[in-house]
Design a binder for this molecule. Structure first.
Ligand code: HEC
Length: 230
């Protein structure tokens, strides 16, 4: 818990700092720059936000630009304001409601797909990298991927991260009732309904994985044949 809390603090600081910096420095764009008068922080900010070194104004995969990505949405803003403090009840309710409103379910109900594809998706941390050369997902077999291993231990044939809880033996321990399938789909789709201001990405709501891909990742979690349950 101690480790998670300090990571959380670092993440929140980074997120709020990036936004502040983006708005401050964009106002100075176009002015003549005297590097010798800059502090190291100012220089770093200039190089990132104004020198075009990071190609922040190039179009990105989901539409818009990388610079626009740094602008927080409502949910992120609500969570950043809280920072390191305990989340106030009204923020929790607001964030949980936003998450619930984002849910979309597959036509025909929540089903389990192919755990082998799910494994690839859980392993892949391709993501939506942008900058000098944007990732082109049309050329990758599994698109951006789910990046689950970055934060979770799942099967034991690969080391996983510890930002999130270990999910090893997930289906074996919890069974496959409609309630647990729905819960798991919703956590993957948008975890903030259960864990307001969590660090887990909104994987469905932000279209990192399609509904069908979520069914494959869920098979990886639930299928008795999946290495997660061996
Ligand atoms: C950036 C880190 C991160 C990534 C990436 C991530 N998660 Fe999570 N996940 C978390 C955290 C943290 C929690 C615990 C919620 C909390 O306390 O904030 C969690 C919780 C969960 C839970 C609920 C666990 C329980 O005990 O009920 C499931 C299921 C889950 N994640 C599945 C996934 C899957 C599947 C993926 C990939 C598609 C994924 N996660 C990607 C961080 C992450």
């Amino acid at each position: 818990m101690v480790k998670q809390n300090s990571m959380k603090k670092a993440f929140v600081k980074l997120a709020s700092c990036l936004c502040l910096v983006a708005s401050v420095t964009s106002a100075t764009a176009g002015e003549k720059i005297d590097y010798t008068k800059m502090s190291s922080q100012q220089l770093a900010e200039h190089l990132i936000f104004n020198s075009d070194g990071f190609k922040l104004d190039k179009p990105v995969q989901e539409g818009g630009t990388a610079r626009e990505r740094l602008v927080q949405d409502e949910l992120q803003k609500s969570c950043s304001v809280v920072g390191n403090a305990t989340i106030p009840a009204d923020t929790s309710v607001k964030v949980m409601t936003m998450a619930r409103n984002s849910y979309r379910y597959p036509e025909g109900g929540i089903k389990l797909g192919d755990w082998k594809i799910g494994r690839e998706l859980a392993w892949s941390g391709y993501g939506f990298r942008a900058g000098h050369k944007n990732d082109d997902h049309s050329t990758t077999k599994y698109g951006p991927g789910g990046n689950c291993y970055n934060c979770h231990q799942l099967a034991t044939d690969r080391t996983g991260g510890s930002i999130g809880p270990a999910l090893t033996g997930y289906g074996k321990a919890r069974g496959t009732s409609d309630a647990i399938l729905k819960y798991t789909y919703e956590v993957i789709y948008n975890p903030h309904a259960y864990f307001p201001c969590t660090h887990m990405p909104r994987i469905g709501a932000k279209k990192l994985l399609t509904e069908e891909q979520i069914s494959h990742v869920m098979a990886y979690l639930f299928d008795p044949e999946s290495p997660v349950n061996k």
